[in-house]
Ligand binder design. Structure first.
Ligand code: NAD
Length: 354
């Protein structure tokens, strides 16, 4: 197949992990007889330095016209002033909006070799393999009204948790579809004992469930879900939830794996290109040293192959290659290894078999 992939390396270690992943994708393309055309664009701090904006219209248009977008990370001390008018994260928000991606998928898998890197006891981690599906464009972060005002009683601040049924339906449907290809269990996380928006969420989740009788559905309150993520994480398969709940739970779930450098993510809409990026930031403390862990970005590329290019065989081969590198102890320092980015990348390439 022929595919056009826009690269947004960004700042800090972003370029290091994205270029490493490109060499893996090139090896896969060669093995599978595919042509991947890469188009590199700027995002974040480097775009601010060059163009005065975190994402230009041209860069966004290139992303919109691509089959998929692979992003590194944005930000760093140089652009960290919270009062600055232009900030690197604006590039991310503009990109998500411009691509219409409403679902953020974060798979978390614990590899037996790395159980000691996690703060949880090894026996709690056996069999952990879950995906959190977070709603990305609605809910508490975007609902209106939002703001502050002076009143006779004092200064008042308000945020609104708002959802339309169609916003809930499309993301819950995505979770069920995903669960069908996995262990066939969806956990819908809400706060239906208190929030009206959660009662609508639960109602719609039940309606969607009727179309997926082969998949089990459970409803769990967000506070209970937070507890179960540390007390019995292996009990989850696909979790689906509102924007802010998902923001918190995805970070909690990420801790299970032991390192930020290992975890991938995908942001998807109903159509158009998906956006794939590791969950870590630009890691300014190690940028330029050549020691960044490329696995989170490589696993993001596996999601890209699976969801945007529909190349399941190649996606699985890449995931297997990362797993083999982990099991062989071919690791960067953040997960207890001694190899650098280039050596780990080569190890992954050597383990690829289609
Ligand atoms: P971070 O994820 O960049 O780093 C946290 C710690 O994890 C650091 O010690 C870092 O060295 C380590 N780490 C992260 N990724 C690694 C990798 N691939 N290999 C080895 N070690 C890795 O988070 P932070 O330090 O809070 O943020 C740094 C900058 O990144 C900030 O400017 C922040 O705004 C930005 N950031 C960007 C994104 C994004 O682009 N999506 C996400 C989070 C933070």
């Amino acid at each position: 197949m022929k595919a056009k992939i826009v690269l947004l390396p960004g700042d800090g270690i972003g370029p290091e992990v994205v270029y490493a992943t490109v060499s893996i994708l090139e090896a896969l393309a060669k093995a599978g007889n595919h042509t991947f055309e890469f188009d590199e664009q700027l995002i974040g701090g480097c775009s601010i330095d060059r163009y005065g904006t975190a994402l230009t219209q041209e860069a966004l248009a290139a992303c919109q016209a691509a089959d998929a977008v692979l992003l590194g990370a944005v930000g760093g001390p140089k652009w960290d002033d919270p009062s600055a008018r232009v900030r690197p994260e604006q590039g991310l928000l503009g990109l998500r909006k411009g691509l219409g991606v409403f679902a953020n998928l974060r798979p978390v898998k614990v590899y037996p070799r790395l159980v000691d890197a996690s703060p949880l006891r090894p026996e709690k981690l056996a069999g952990v393999d879950l995906v959190v599906v977070r709603e990305l464009t609605g809910g508490l972060y975007f609902g209106q009204p939002k703001g502050r005002e002076q009143r006779p009683e004092g200064e008042r601040a308000v945020d609104t948790l708002e959802y339309y049924d169609y916003e809930i339906r499309r993301i819950v449907e995505m979770a069920f579809t995903l669960a069908r290809g996995r262990r066939k269990k969806v956990t819908s996380v809400d706060k239906a004992n208190v929030l009206e928006s959660s009662r609508l969420w639960r109602q719609v989740a039940n309606e969607v469930h009727a179309g997926y009788p082969d998949v089990a559905l459970e409803h769990v309150l967000v506070d209970t879900a937070a507890m179960r993520l540390v007390s019995n994480p292996a009990g989850f398969d696909v979790m689906v939830t509102e924007n802010m709940f998902g923001d918190i739970l995805t970070d909690e779930a990420a801790v299970l794996a032991g390192s930020m450098g290992l975890l991938p993510s995908a942001s998807l809409g109903s159509q158009g290109p998906g956006l794939y990026e590791p969950i870590h930031g630009s890691a300014p403390d190690i940028a330029g040293k050549g020691i960044a862990n490329p696995m989170g970005t490589a696993l993001s590329a596996a999601l890209l192959l699976r969801y945007s290019l529909k190349l399941e065989k190649e996606a699985a081969a890449l995931e297997r290659a990362v797993e083999r590198s982990i099991e062989a102890g071919q690791l960067t320092g953040d997960v207890g290894g001694r190899l650098d980015t280039r050596q780990v990348t080569q190890a992954i390439i050597d383990h690829l078999s289609l």
